[in-house]
Design a protein around this ligand. Sequence first.
Ligand code: ROI
Length: 161
Amino acid sequence: MLSHAYIGLGSNLDDPLTHVERALGELDRLPLTRVAGASSCYASRPVGPQDQPDFINAVAHLETRLSPLSLLDQLQALEQRHARVRQRHWGPRTLDLDLLLYDNQCLHHPRLRLPHPELANRAFVVVPLHELAPSLELPGLGALATLPGWQDAGDLRALLP
Ligand code: ROI
């Protein structure tokens, strides 16, 4: 069955815009998967420790025939191919790929929670997701336009294409 998934992309090391743009191409080449749409790239102030570079963030809409956990495996392998370094919790990283939503599924699995547990609070997810899918309803969370993450939307700046 064809499913719709939304992926959050983030990077703040080693030319972050290039990491995010390359990752969008690589997502399109995952097995049984294509990129149906992508938001603009946004520059965002770091959430968490402030003594790190600003992030580049974007959201991609995937159409996929992979299950949620197979897709998660593929995303983690793709992160590794970007030589992901993660020195500390909530510290800088070359590429972060978060599975945000998968159809209307709510999932509590040791490896994966759906919707992503921080989605609602993070402007760097809510703003690009809204650009892609303004009328989205999130399972258990309600309308995208009403989430608390909008409070910090001023910390984001859309980059011109
Ligand atoms: N902050 C921003 N702005 N963007 C991110 O992608 C991001 N990712 C993270 C933490 C460290 C929480 N902060 C972030 O994992």
